[in-house]
Design a protein. Structure first.
Lengths: 159, 159
DNA sequence: ATATTCCGTTCATGGTGTGTACAATATGCA
DNA sequence: TGCATATTGTACACACCATGAACGGAATAT
């Protein structure tokens, strides 16, 4: 006996590890549900929404740039942009400087929808945060940062 | 001035809220990557793996039961089981008590693969946990539990 | 001027998932 | 007992997400 309990050293039991997995799974599920919900509310596929949200800061985007940000291939971007243009949210503009590239920009309707989607996401996020007791919020943010870093490090040499 | 800073009351700034979203997004991405990785390692689609994992406790499963646990429709289960049987991991057995239902059970090969998948998932989980400094682990579990509850509560009246 | 690279698109392929319709079987009830 | 109804698994059509190969047109390097 050295007077140091596992809970003081940070040692985790098998049971705690299983709980960790379960909580992460459930969290993942909640995130998925949230995405499905928003997609359903606007009647726009999730992937197209993700694409739409990219037009936050920058005025113009290219297929190549979108592919890099969303981590998908260019041909997929073509499809997404097709969807967004048929919905009247995005317009294709030939790049005056390089006629290979087409510039993508939000239409007025697209800007409006983007704003609404963005707002709904923030509102849902705040709803979650509001459900956390205020005194626990700082610790939550700290732990989340820790976990994010740990998962990134653990996932680095995977692929 | 009342001498109480926002950080003491649990008030979160806009910046902190944005960081929260970003961390959650990144976490989500990591979980997705992990699933893709495991699926790739075994050459088995993710949905079939999820199905395979259900045979942990119970010897026999039915399409109806699998559908309920995975939260998908029965016709989808048929396809997943088709995949698993063509891979030789699951076998269909007519229920002697009710000839409408077919009982599903792991083949010896299926049991082996299930064990391996399960092991890899645990190993990846532990890798993450190992990447967290021991003294932070208890707080992490606590915060995760808090967050999970908050997200479930916030997501209840959605659908 | 020609070869190479770059960009966006098209097409084929595969995975995830829903909803409808259907055949076979089980069950409830007159 | 006999028939209406419910249940079970399946087949099929449809939609969404994503990749990779092939291609044409345009820019760039040599």
């Amino acid at each position: 006996m050295n007077g140091i309990s596992p809970s003081e050293t940070g040692m985790l039991s098998q049971k705690q590890r299983r709980q960790f997995s379960q909580m992460l799974d459930k969290l993942y599920q909640c995130c998925t549900d949230r995405q499905v919900y928003i997609s359903g509310q606007f009647g726009i596929p999730q992937a197209e929404l993700r694409c739409l949200l990219l037009f936050g800061q920058e005025r113009y985007l290219t297929a190549k740039g979108i592919a890099a940000r969303l981590n998908i291939v260019r041909s997929r971007v073509t499809m997404l942009v097709n969807g967004l243009t048929t919905r009247g949210l995005v317009s294709r503009i030939p790049d005056p400087a390089d006629s290979r590239v087409v510039l993508l920009a939000l239409t007025p309707a697209g800007q409006k929808v983007r704003q609404e989607v963005s707002g709904m996401m923030e509102s849902l996020r705040d709803k979650v945060l509001d459900a956390v007791e205020p005194e626990r919020r700082p610790a939550l943010l700290q732990s989340l940062e820790t976990l994010k870093t740990a998962m990134e490090r653990a996932g680095e040499n995977l692929e």
